[in-house]
Design a protein around this ligand. Structure first.
Ligand code: FAD
Length: 418
């Protein structure tokens, strides 16, 4: 396919590279505004690697705006609290109630879900829309900005014409490589050991309707139920200084447990359950000042991959998606009224302007979240006296203060609510 008629003076589709949560959400948001979309995914099938996903109120706001919020909430667990415990002493150091006042304050609850359920809700909604074409086994290799749009180059040597190109192709983004040439994503010096634990094997005293987060010197552990409590998502993050390793490899329990010699028994009881772990290097991107090159832009991890310490990467990809589609709608409307961008421009001027607006609106917030996530390394993984200071800081905070500190992150952004 090289042409796709979409009306509004646009003769070629917007091509999205990557069918993860960000790419699918963007396809949906654009198609709901009558922009024709062709989404290219390199994998043979659409799907999500990994297990659990925390879906913060700001992510739910976007899912609501995309019309899939109810389905996401239905399949998710709406958590009762966020609990932080010290892995050295076992004491609870923070407990934020996610009660009615939390929900009212942010306009949504905090949920935990299976990744595939959130991804699946977006995929199903995309499949139902005639403006979206989804194509698998299609790896985007590069692009050429042209007078009328973008020539998208595929790894199999073929090319297609697009009105615009959105690189939602994740942390190893090929579009970013060409646009910014800033090298491969940096390992942040930490590994994560992940596993799923069937509910029947999960110690009963650890089966709670909330994520339990244990923090200790150079490491943290989190677990929470997913899929109607049929299984628990488990992750143990360890700061090793190691920045390079296989993208994903199997690890024996003994290897993972060796990082927690001085920890209290409670979290280790859970950690001893899995017969094997998957080990990943945690990667991130340095914030950059530019995500656009004419009618080409970046979205989600391709633009601002971050460490998972505040569980916001997918939430930021969702916010990007909606913001980008609204910017495109806004610019199209302005151009229609001013008589600009009539048929023949191929939408090029429209997307140049829309992507610049999207970048202007999104870059400061995404960068703030990226930096805040990495700053959590200091708090979560504190050692020695810094650990005691961290516990003291949290102990002195009221529920009202804890909530106030989260307002900037969880409250809906204006490009979500309009
Ligand atoms: C351990 C861990 C825990 C996390 N927990 C949370 C959490 O609780 N909450 C949260 O909000 N975020 C969390 N995140 C972050 C979140 O997973 C990511 O930020 C999010 O998945 C990014 O979505 P994306 O669509 O931008 O990229 P991806 O999900 O990486 O999707 C990119 C897609 O593009 C495809 N692709 C790649 N290259 C090409 C190409 N050249 N051509 C075509 N297709 C291509 C890939 O196959 C993939 O399908 C976590 C991350 C990690 C590592």
């Amino acid at each position: 396919m090289s042409q796709h008629s979409g009306g509004m003076g646009q003769t070629a589709p917007i091509v999205i590279a990557g069918g993860g949560i960000g790419g699918l959400a963007c396809a949906l948001a654009l198609a709901q505004r009558q922009f024709p979309v062709l989404l290219l995914e390199q994998a043979h099938e659409f799907g999500e690697i990994g297990l659990g996903l925390q879906v913060a109120p700001n992510a739910l706001h976007v899912l609501d705006a995309l019309g899939v919020g109810d389905q996401a909430r239905h399949q998710a667990l709406l958590i009762e609290r966020m609990r932080l415990c010290d892995g050295v002493t076992g004491e609870q150091i923070l407990d934020i109630a996610c009660d009615e006042s939390f929900r009212q304050r942010y306009g949504n609850p905090y949920a935990v879900a299976h990744r595939a359920d959130i991804h699946g809700a977006l995929l199903q909604a995309c499949r139902a829309l005639p403006h979206i074409m989804l194509r698998n086994s299609a790896r985007v290799a590069g692009y050429i900005n042209t007078e009328h749009g973008v020539t998208v180059q595929l790894a199999d040597g073929s090319q297609l014409q697009a009105a615009a190109l959105i690189g939602a192709d994740g942390v190893h983004s090929a579009i970013r490589r060409q646009m910014l040439d800033d090298g491969p994503p940096r390992g942040c010096g930490a590994l994560i050991y992940r596993a799923s634990i069937p509910a029947a094997q999960m110690p009963r005293q650890h089966q709670h309707p909330w994520p339990t987060l244990w923090v200790g010197p150079g490491a943290h552990i989190i677990y929470y139920p997913v899929r109607d409590w049929s299984m628990f998502n488990f992750g143990a993050t360890v700061v090793t200084g190691q920045t390079e390793a296989d993208e994903s490899s199997d690890a024996a329990p003994a290897e993972a447990l060796a990082h927690f010699p001085d920890w209290v028994e409670a979290p280790l009881t859970v950690m001893r359950v899995p017969a094997a772990f998957k080990r990943y290097v945690i990667r991130q991107r340095e914030p950059v000042e530019r995500w656009c090159d004419g009618a080409v832009t970046l979205l989600g991890d391709a633009a601002h991959a971050m460490v998972q310490y505040i569980a916001q990467g997918a939430a930021m990809a969702l916010e990007d998606a909606l913001c980008l589609a609204r910017a495109a709608e806004e610019v199209r409307s302005q151009q229609t009224h001013s008589g600009a961008n009539q048929a023949g421009s191929g939408g090029h001027a429209l997307f140049d302007t829309a992507f610049a607006l999207y970048q202007q609106r999104r870059l400061p917030r995404a960068t703030r979240v990226q930096l805040s996530a990495f700053a959590m390394d200091t708090l979560l993984h504190a050692r020695g006296p810094a650990r005691l200071a961290r516990n003291d800081i949290f102990a002195g905070r009221s529920q009202a203060e804890n909530l106030a500190r989260l307002d900037w992150l969880y409250a809906p952004q204006n490009y979500v609510t309009i």
